[in-house]
Design a protein around this ligand. Structure first.
Ligand code: AMP
Length: 145
């Protein structure tokens, strides 16, 4: 999919938001929902998505929505740090298939990094154990402040 196009209400993140698909939920407020990535590039790979949005990517998003979204990203990133004590944290997002985007509802990746541990390839990892994701989600949720 290119950078242009219309929002597909059947995308997996829209289904998660509507409660039609499962997720290991970490955090929710008026603006964002956060849950664990099921194909994690590292232990603790967490996603943050806007709740009230039909933006496929960052470029589509209404500027007034972004403030709440990025504050949610910071809040969850701080909780990931507190819960998992990584050496570094990648916060990123992809726009368009050429850039690596695979799900077309705006989202931010929070990926903890540890010295000496290689980063898994984006979109090429195996599916995580759901029980492990639930445990990680609880650990991170406990550190939301
Ligand atoms: P992107 O490729 O930037 O669009 O990111 C989409 C991310 O969503 C990838 O890292 C996938 O591993 C992840 N993903 C796909 N399906 C699900 C799902 N059902 N629950 C949680 N994460 C998902």
């Amino acid at each position: 999919m290119s950078l242009d196009g219309t929002y597909d209400h059947g995308n997996i993140f829209a289904k998660i938001l509507r409660g039609e698909a499962p997720s290991a939920r970490v955090f929710e407020d008026d603006h964002v929902l956060s849950f664990m990535d099921v194909f994690p590039q590292a232990r603790g790979h967490t996603l943050v998505i806007p709740k009230h949005s039909v933006a496929r990517n960052l470029l589509d998003e209404e500027p007034q929505v972004l403030a709440g979204v990025i504050l949610g990203v910071q809040r969850v990133t701080r909780a990931v740090r507190a819960a998992l004590n990584p050496d570094g944290i990648v916060v990123t997002q992809f726009n368009g298939a050429t850039a690596g985007q695979t799900v077309y509802h705006l989202h931010f990746h929070i990926i903890p990094r540890w010295d000496g541990v290689a980063l898994g390839r984006h979109g090429a990892g195996g599916m995580a154990d759901p029980a492990e994701l639930t445990a990680l989600a609880q650990q991170i949720a406990a550190k939301i402040s």
